[in-house]
Design a protein around this ligand. Sequence first.
Ligand SMILES: [Zn+2]
Length: 105
Amino acid sequence: MIKLSNSSEFLAEVKKEKLLSPEKLATKGYGLLQFECGCGALHGVNDRNIEILGTSFPVKILFRCNKNITKVQIKGFFKQKCISLWTLENELITEEDLATSLKHI
Ligand SMILES: [Zn+2]
């Protein structure tokens, strides 16, 4: 998992793929599937405490917990697994910069 160090690196990553609104991808079917978060913990893709900031195709989700934002790819058809692509600590980006980065959703 790549650790991004500032908001401009975050924006560059976000711009690489068209980001869609969270509603574009239904995660219910993934049940209790978990991903490795940049904070070091495993979180459930359907955990109510984990926010979904955006999605992109094929199955990639931008998650935010109380410590990190993590981009995750879900692979597999019959059995899924999560691959964490990159992460940024929440404290390294302002809410304003985050909103700007995500405004095209
Ligand atoms: Zn986390």
